[in-house]
Structure formats: structure tokens, C-alpha cells
Design a protein around this ligand. Structure first.
Ligand code: C2E
Ligand code: CA
Ligand code: CA
Ligand code: CA
Length: 277
């Protein structure tokens, strides 16, 4: 509110004010969400195109808000990033998903990889690599089970530090995927400098393949280039059989998308593992 003189107050832009209050409420409840155990990990299968088998799962966090219900990460991850809460939330996702995957492995239900999203803020924590080593120790997971997904936002900060850290993660035995490829600022020359194992083609380039000629050209070029650089490719957001067919023809390695399954809760994913191999 702005004082105009006398007893007059003018509330400028009431909708902005409402937004600010909504954000504040969200921030307050987000701060309590961890201790109140309101987060869940959902799993989305990644399917190996050659065999049709489940090659892995991406862990995707959900927030079970007491009043709002299930809140999608698009709604709270940016805020969590901004206020630093992404670090403890990300650590919780890592621990929860790793121990779940370990259980499924021990029961012979799962042989694939677990992909975990790391925000830039988490990546930049000085104790990231020890934390990753620790999770391997406490769960007994094979290091090669873990795939770390990072985004192109990493590539615009100090290159030497970033490369050194990525190499340290790989030295633990984990693999590294570049998420949302093609949507960020990275130049192609980065691809040979950074030690990535996997490129994930962003779903905006998968949409409507092959009728969308531009997407078809981009997807084809990404696949050729990635394979030329010895990288595996995961296509995200595969929703239709036409998209699958096209990606099959282009020898894409792995597919992820609603065509197979959306991200699903632990018990549902376990059912999928039992029945849908
Ligand atoms: P992302 O890493 O690119 O994850 C893939 C997103 O695409 C997921 O959204 C997934 O539900 C959605 N998706 C998968 N298949 C399809 C499809 O066929 N069609 C469409 N339209 N969408 C599909 P979600 O779960 O809402 O997550 C959004 C973003 O939030 C993620 O994008 C990731 O950037 C972030 N996020 C989620 N969980 C975590 C986490 O544990 N840590 C961090 N740092 N970020 C996370
Ligand atoms: Ca991801
Ligand atoms: Ca992605
Ligand atoms: Ca994304």
C-alpha cells in the first residue's frame, strides 16, 4: 500500500498483491512440508527401444499438500530453488528413491537405472560428491544404478569447476544425463568438453513427430550428433505411436512418456514392475 496523504491508501495492482500473498503462503507451507512428510516420489519408466523392456525410472517429486492436494513440481520447484529449500528436498528425494530402488533390486523386481534430477543449487553444494558417495554406502546400491540428470543451466557457470565435479560424480561410477537438451543456452561445442553419457531430447522436439517437419529435422540431427559423440539418447514426452515409430527408425535408445506411463506412485510402479516387463 502506498500512502497518498491524509488517510488515503491506494493499493496498486491488487492482482500482484494477491500473487505475493499466495507465494508467501506457499513458501510458508513449503518450509514445513519436509518435516510434515508431505513429499512423495513418483517414478516414470524409461523403456529401451530395442527390447521394449523397462531400462530405468526417473524419480519425480510430488507434494501432497494438506488442502491443495497433489502439487506438481512445476508449481513449487522454482520457489524451492529460489529460497534454497531445493537442497534438503533434493537430498530427501535422493535418499527415498535410492532406498526404494534398492528394495526392488533386492526382491528381483528391478534391474535398470534410477535417474535423479539435480538442481543447479544442489549441484553447487560443496558436499555433493561426498553425499552421493554416502548414499551408495548406506543403500549398498551399485554406483552404475544411479543416473544424475543435470540441465544446461550448469553449462553457463564456471566451466572448470563444473567439469571437475561432473568427473568426480562419474568417478563414483554414476552416469550423467543432460536433461531438456536443446532448450537452454548451451552451445554444441560444450558437448565434447563435458563428460555426459546421455542426452535427453526435450519433449518440445518430440511433439508431433514426424508430421512436424521442423521437429523431425531437429530430432534427427540431435540423434545423429549424439550417437556420433558416443552418447545415448533418451526421448522425453513420447505420447503417440507415430512418435515411437519415428524414433525407432532413427535408432533412439530409450523412450520416456505417457505412451508407456506417466510418473506413478511407488505401489503402482511396483505393480508395473511385476506385471508389465
Ligand atoms: P523434467 O526433469 O524434464 O521431468 C519430465 C517432466 O515431463 C515430468 O514433469 C513428467 O511428468 C513430464 N512428462 C513425462 N512424460 C510426458 C509426456 O508424455 N507428456 C507430457 N506432456 N509430459 C510428460 P513433472 O513431474 O511435473 O516435473 C517437472 C519438472 O520438475 C521436472 O522436469 C524437473 O525439472 C523438476 N523436478 C521434478 N522432480 C524433481 C526433483 O526431485 N528434483 C529437482 N531438482 N527437480 C525436479
Ligand atoms: Ca529430468
Ligand atoms: Ca526433461
Ligand atoms: Ca524440465
Amino acid at each position: 500500500a502506498q500512502q497518498l496523504g491524509g488517510n488515503q491508501y491506494e493499493f496498486y495492482n491488487p492482482s500482484l498483491t494477491a500473487h505475493a500473498i499466495a507465494d508467501l503462503n506457499l513458501e510458508t507451507s513449503l518450509r514445513y512440508a519436509l518435516e510434515r512428510s508431505e513429499f512423495l516420489v513418483y517414478y516414470q519408466p524409461q523403456v529401451e527401444l530395442k527390447t521394449g523392456k523397462i531400462a530405468g525410472a526417473e524419480a519425480l517429486v510430488r507434494w501432497q499438500h494438506p488442502e491443495k492436494g497433489l502439487v506438481s513440481p512445476g508449481k513449487f520447484i522454482p520457489l524451492a530453488e529460489e529460497i534454497g529449500l531445493i537442497v534438503p528436498i533434493g537430498q530427501w528425494v535422493l535418499e527415498t528413491a535410492c532406498s526404494q530402488i534398492q528394495q526392488w533390486q533386492a526382491r528381483g523386481l528391478f534391474e535398470g537405472r534410477l535417474a535423479i534430477n539435480l538442481s543447479i543449487r544442489q549441484f553447487n553444494q560443496p558436499d555433493l560428491v561426498p553425499k552421493l558417495a554416502e548414499i551408495l554406502e548406506t543403500t549398498g546400491l551399485e554406483p552404475s544404478t544411479l543416473e544424475i540428470e543435470v540441465t544446461e543451466s550448469l553449462l553457463v557457470q564456471n566451466i572448470d569447476n563444473t567439469i571437475a565435479k561432473l568427473k568426480a560424480i562419474k568417478a563414483l561410477g554414476m552416469t550423467i544425463a543432460l536433461d531438456d537438451f536443446g532448450t537452454g543456452y548451451s552451445s554444441l561445442s560444450y558437448l565434447q568438453q563435458f563428460p555426459f553419457d546421455i542426452l535427453k531430447i526435450d519433449r518440445c522436439f518430440v511433439r508431433n513427430l514426424p508430421e512436424d517437419r521442423k521437429n523431425a529435422a531437429i530430432a534427427t540431427a540431435i540423434l545423429q550428433m549424439a550417437h556420433g559423440l558416443n552418447l545415448k539418447v533418451v526421448a522425453e514426452g513420447v505420447e503417440t505411436y507415430q512418435e515411437l515409430l519415428f524414433l525407432y527408425g532413427q535408432e533412439c535408445d530409450t523412450l520416456q512418456g505417457y505412451l508407456f506411463s506417466p510418473p506413478i506412485a511407488t505401489s503402482e510402479f511396483e505393480t508395473l514392475l511385476r506385471t508389465g516387463k
